[in-house]
Design a protein. Structure first.
Length: 277
């Protein structure tokens, strides 16, 4: 084999491998046009604001007594510093969880050359979180469950010491459901798109969301059943919303594939590189 042929083989192999590693095709999802996404998110935002800001908070609890499981879980996980646990839970649920979800469905695809996925993915995940906030806000008011700190008469040690509105809004945990909705929605979108890192994000974000739930109990502001229900509801919304409104269409986006042409016989050892879509 001539030196030019050897250079051709090495160069073409390296280029093709690099192109395939850098540009994996993603799946097309239904209804990802900007008008639909804006309308969808606008409705969800309105519902979330209405449920959490406009609905009157119950003055008396309708669900006042905890069950045995809730008492046991509360005593087992209660922290020495409830306010510190509460602050940490907020950082995870409204800080790390959204950043991680956006990183998985928007920043990573953009970095990998799939920038057209980034904005629709972000809207889909945001919409799931807003629907979850709307549902949790409405259920809290309807159920009117007393928070554990108020039940035990130690509300001065909790983050809601100065809030009469929050006294009877324990069920179900909003922070927990937010974290799980973001984890589930981000994972579902990543799986639907066909991103190979989807399983790793699902495990990592699920662990963070579980930590949020444990911290809400440790903060003395939720009973264990509040947290378990929040996890189930958030997961159901995070999986259901993308599957219902934005399923796969079956098509894959086209990506560039590098090809290389060998040098002509007797010509200098140069490789012609072309991009095929």
């Amino acid at each position: 084999m001539t030196p030019s042929r050897i250079r051709f083989c090495l160069a073409s192999s390296a280029l093709v491998m690099a192109s395939r590693a850098a540009a994996e095709p993603s799946r097309e999802l239904a209804r990802t046009d900007t008008p639909f996404l804006l309308a969808e998110t606008g409705v969800s935002l309105g519902l979330a604001l209405g449920a959490n800001l406009l609905l009157p908070a119950p003055e008396r609890c309708r669900w006042c007594e905890p069950n045995g499981f809730d008492r046991w879980g509360h005593d087992a996980l209660l922290a020495d510093d409830p306010k510190g646990a509460a602050a940490t839970s907020h950082v995870l649920s409204f800080g790390l969880s959204p950043l991680a979800a956006l990183g998985a469905v928007s920043f990573m695809p953009a970095f990998r050359g799939q920038s057209s996925d980034a904005l629709p993915n972000a809207f889909i995940v945001l919409d799931a979180m807003l629907v979850n906030l709307a549902l949790s806000g409405a259920v809290k008011v309807a159920v009117a469950r007393q928070r554990p700190a108020f039940y035990y008469g130690v509300e001065h040690e909790s983050e809601w010491a100065d809030s009469k509105r929050e006294r009877n809004l324990s069920f179900f945990s909003g922070d927990t459901s937010v974290a799980f909705s973001l984890a589930a929605a981000g994972s579902t979108v990543a799986f639907l798109r066909g991103y190979e890192y989807a399983p790793y994000f699902a495990v990592g974000s699920g662990l963070v969301a579980s930590g949020v739930g444990a911290l809400r109990i440790a903060a003395n502001v939720h009973w264990p059943t509040d947290v378990v229900t929040g996890a189930l509801v958030g997961t159901a919304i995070g999986i259901g919303m993308p599957l219902l409104l934005h399923p796969r269409t079956g098509a894959r986006r086209s990506v560039p594939i590098v090809t290389a042409s060998p040098p002509a016989a007797g010509a200098p050892g140069q490789v012609l590189v072309t991009m095929v879509w």
